[in-house]
Design a protein around this ligand. Structure first.
Ligand SMILES: C=CC1=C(C)c2cc3[nH]c(cc4nc(cc5[nH]c(cc1n2)c(C)c5CCC(=O)O)C(CCC(=O)O)=C4C)c(C)c3C=C
Ligand SMILES: [Fe+2]
Ligand SMILES: [Fe+2]
Length: 345
């Protein structure tokens, strides 16, 4: 015999816990503290992910525990200290991602049953804690937004892996959607172009060449089918078209090489060095694959690569900020989210 719930009771129950939609922005993650201990915890979690280091065999475990986690945390902690947000005592990636979530919440506040939150794939706030908090607030639907314009298994897919792992432990699972990559979306290309134009207009010099530097990955991952490189190329092609620059004026490069295997080429640092040696005196670097400034842009590009350029004879080096929580950057995120929420709001 089925149980009939009187309409009034069901309505009262629904009023007690209104059906909400959760929107969860997710970026890569970052240490909680800018010291060796904090960086070690972060690197251990990050580099133990088989989406990032695909061969997690005994050899890698020995290298990770015997060398990397003994040596790298101290040197990387020094790098994090150079870019640390002292006022909030946190990494810029956290400050910017939080602000993106707050601005998105304000921009879509008229949808009063939508709740926006933000998480880090590695470190804190964790995806698990955020999903549990959203569920506790009555979110029976969840839109996950990996903040990577270009898809890669090492970034976007591992966000989904973690979301699925958390949902696997829930009895009352929220209904799930995930935003797709937006590497060639007109809003994204337009925001990048306008940001580049505005930044160049503010400089006391005009660059002879602009580098579009994306985070690299082992070449083998692309050979196995990762679409990341193709999407980086598509972004750069669209940007060239929009800015009216050819491939000699807007050069695609890959940064942040890690380990001894071959990574996607051309490498950013080698290109910067060669340009300076070849007599180029003024360059700018834009980092379209990063939705928020972080260690890889603020330290590796704006400090390390600027130093490489000057050391080899270059004179003027500009690092163009990421879209971050700028009006253009927020337009990209807001439109992406509103498009993917269709039917739910
Ligand atoms: C094999 C290792 C790595 C792959 C593959 C990889 C891909 C990848 N990473 C990003 C974005 C970011 N990575 C960041 C830091 C970072 N990346 C790696 C290694 C790989 N990344 C390491 C070891 C580190 C930590 C710093 C260091 O020890 O060198 C960051 C910055 C985080 C911060 O705290 O600010 C970002 C962002 C993308 C988009 C990507 C895809 C190909
Ligand atoms: Fe990385
Ligand atoms: Fe780096």
């Amino acid at each position: 015999m089925s149980t009939v719930i009187p309409f009034g009771n069901a309505k009262r129950a629904a009023e007690a816990t209104p059906e909400r939609v959760g929107v969860l922005l997710v970026n890569l993650g970052t240490p909680d503290t800018a010291d060796a201990a904090g960086v070690r915890v972060y690197l251990r979690e990050f580099l133990s992910d088989p989406r990032v280091i695909e061969d997690q065999g005994l050899r890698w475990k020995l290298i990770l525990n015997g060398i990397i986690l003994r040596v790298r945390p101290r040197s990387k902690a020094r790098d994090y200290l150079k870019i640390w947000n002292v006022e909030k005592n946190e990494s810029p990636l956290k400050t910017i991602t939080r602000s993106q979530a707050e601005k998105l919440a304000a921009a879509i506040a008229d949808h009063d049953h939508v709740v926006v939150d933000w998480a880090m794939r590695y470190g804190n706030p964790s995806i698990q804690s955020c999903i549990e908090a959203l569920a506790a607030r009555g979110c029976s639907r969840l839109l996950v937004v990996p903040l990577y314009p270009q898809y890669s298994a090492a970034t976007s897919a591992t966000v989904c892996d973690e979301v699925f792992r958390v949902l696997a432990g829930m009895r009352a699972q929220p209904i799930l959607r995930v935003t797709p990559p937006y590497y060639d979306h007109p809003d994204y290309i337009e925001a990048l172009a306008q940001s580049i134009d505005a930044h160049l207009a503010s400089l006391p010099f005009q660059p002879e060449i602009i580098l579009a530097s994306f985070h690299g990955m082992p070449k083998e991952y692309v050979e196995k089918g990762d679409p990341y490189q193709a999407q980086c190329i598509a972004t750069t092609d669209a940007l060239r078209k929009r800015l009216g620059l050819d491939a000699s004026k807007l050069i695609l490069t890959f940064q942040s090489r890690f380990g001894n295997a071959e990574w996607l080429q051309p490498y950013t640092d080698k290109t910067v060095e060669k340009l300076a040696k070849d007599g180029v005196r003024r360059i700018a670097v834009v980092t379209p694959g990063f939705s928020a400034d972080c260690l890889e842009t603020l330290e590796e590009i704006a400090q390390e690569n600027a130093e490489i350029f000057r050391h080899n004879g270059g004179e003027q080096f500009a690092a163009i900020p990421c879209l971050n929580d700028s009006d253009g950057g927020m337009t990209v995120i807001r439109r992406l989210v509103l498009r993917e929420l269709q039917g739910w709001i």
